[in-house]
Design a protein around this ligand. Structure first.
Ligand code: NAD
Length: 436
């Protein structure tokens, strides 16, 4: 198929490269010139395992091109829209300016029979509105909503072999034809048994936010249990292991810690509550406000623990921060708990030295006031307390005996409950987990 991908960020760049890798002819379009220059040279503008390889090979083969010129979409028949939908500056609602601008400019270059495929996460009702607008601006074009569920860090694998595919289509022949075209595009995933759910627009939009709301709820649920564990002397990790053996509950996403962040979960649950209120159904998902509050309280809890460990005074104390990305295997620091904690400690007067295997550059753009070190050794040297906030394997695998020689004080706060506490304690460290 001849495909265009509008918006080449964490989602769009991976989607474009993966589609080319599957044999389609793809052009990626973005308004960000620096990003396009890198992508056109076959270089990813962010860290994502597996992306450099498929990007380089597809660009070299000529199956994948990148441009800032939206008129290039005219050469394609199927157009994926993957632009950002961040939180609005002045409310919880999603900011749809980028989606609206992308649709407006795309509409000028597409032809009857083309398919536009929305991948961005949007408030329910957006696809129906955009379909009406397209019917005027680009008659004969069909809109499908095909939400994306990829996980950063596993984005290539999740795009090529997703857990499921959801097609939100219009009624009738146009919808049936659209589903057939998507089946053709995703033929290899379908051949491998990926289930497809075909629905109306509203269901497809809701599937995405409902999935994220559920995952956020699971994380905040166990973090709420951590809060109770902290005042009762219980161990939330053992609690999670015990309840996780119940197959109806499951152990995944039950890791208590500093909570969720990133470019999706926080803004998606907020946009969902804002949309539900607009629909007069705010009470139906009012619990998501509480999920958000529990999540944010965990960041405050880490700041509190660091302050306690340092005897109530942060000024002049050296804090070694292991991790900046919102999760391992990513360089994404959007709404990262680690970065927020680091900034709050700096504000309180601490001398914070931070490291991350991939996220130093993206963190530096947002937080130039932090001190960054490339090596774990330099980060830990002379630290009064160590705080682990992103569970990269290279941090989890540290030898407490060895690194004990570097720090001024053997104190560690494990913000992800990912270290073997017995091992750290027996190496002479004061170990503090969350909810343990
Ligand atoms: P991102 O900020 O990394 O990328 C968005 C890109 O869109 C940017 O490169 C930006 O320059 C570009 N853009 C903005 N306006 C444009 C326009 N008019 N024309 C062309 N390009 C334009 O964001 P992202 O993380 O890739 O997320 C994109 C969407 O996908 C969001 O709705 C997000 O919620 C959703 N999503 C993201 C993920 C993820 O893991 N990142 C997973 C599932 C869904």
């Amino acid at each position: 198929m001849r495909i265009s991908v509008i918006g080449c960020g964490y989602l769009g760049a991976v989607h474009a490269a993966a589609m080319a890798e599957l044999g389609h002819d793809v052009v990626g379009v973005d308004v960000d010139e620096a990003k396009i220059a890198l992508l056109a040279a076959g270089k990813p503008p962010f860290f994502e395992p597996g992306l450099p390889e498929i990007l380089a090979s597809s660009v070299a083969s000529g199956r994948l091109r990148f441009t800032t010129d939206i008129s290039a979409a005219a050469q394609a028949d199927v157009h994926f829209v993957a632009v950002g939908t961040p939180q609005s500056a002045d409310s919880y609602a999603a900011d749809l300016r980028f989606v609206d601008a992308a649709f407006r400019s795309l509409a000028e270059h597409i032809k009857p029979g083309d398919l536009v495929v929305g991948k961005s996460t949007v408030p329910v009702g957006t696809a129906a509105r955009l379909a009406e607008e397209l019917a005027v601006a680009a008659p004969g074009v069909t809109l499908v909503w095909n939400p994306e569920f990829l996980r950063e860090g596993f984005a290539v694998q999740d795009t090529v072999a997703p857990d499921r595919l959801v097609y939100g289509v219009p009624e009738g022949e146009a919808g049936e034809r659209a589903a057939r075209i998507l089946d053709h595009i995703y033929a290899s995933a379908l051949a491998a048994g990926t289930p497809v759910i075909v629905s109306d627009y509203a269901t497809s939009e809701l599937v995405k936010v409902a999935a994220n709301a559920f995952l956020a709820t699971k994380i905040s649920f166990i973090n709420a249990m951590a809060e109770i564990a902290e005042v009762t002397g219980a161990d939330v990790t053992k609690l999670a292991d015990a309840i996780g053996h119940d197959k109806r509950i499951g152990r995944r996403f039950l890791n208590a810690g500093v909570g969720f962040g990133g470019g999706c979960l926080p803004k998606d649950i907020r946009a969902f509550t804002a949309r539900a209120r607009e629909l007069g159904k705010g009470e139906s998902i009012a619990f998501l406000d509480e999920i958000d509050k529990i999540n944010l309280r965990r960041r405050s809890r880490v700041v509190e623990l660091v302050t306690q460990e340092l005897g109530g005074e942060l000024a002049g104390k050296r804090v070694a921060m292991l991790g900046l990305a919102f999760k391992p295997h990513s360089d994404d620091v959007r709404d990262s708990p680690a970065l927020e904690v680091a900034l709050r400690l700096v504000e309180a007067g601490a001398d914070v030295v931070a490291t991350d295997p991939q996220a130093i550059e993206s963190a530096r753009l947002r937080a130039p006031m932090l001190t960054y070190k490339r090596s774990v050794e330099q980060t830990l040297r002379g630290a009064d307390v160590v705080v682990l906030l992103t569970e990269w394997p290279e941090f989890v695998g540290l030898d407490p005996e060895q690194v004990g020689e570097l720090v001024a004080e053997k104190r560690i706060i494990d913000g992800r409950n990912s270290l073997d506490q017995a091992r750290w304690r027996s190496a002479g460290w004061r170990y503090t987990g969350l909810g343990r």
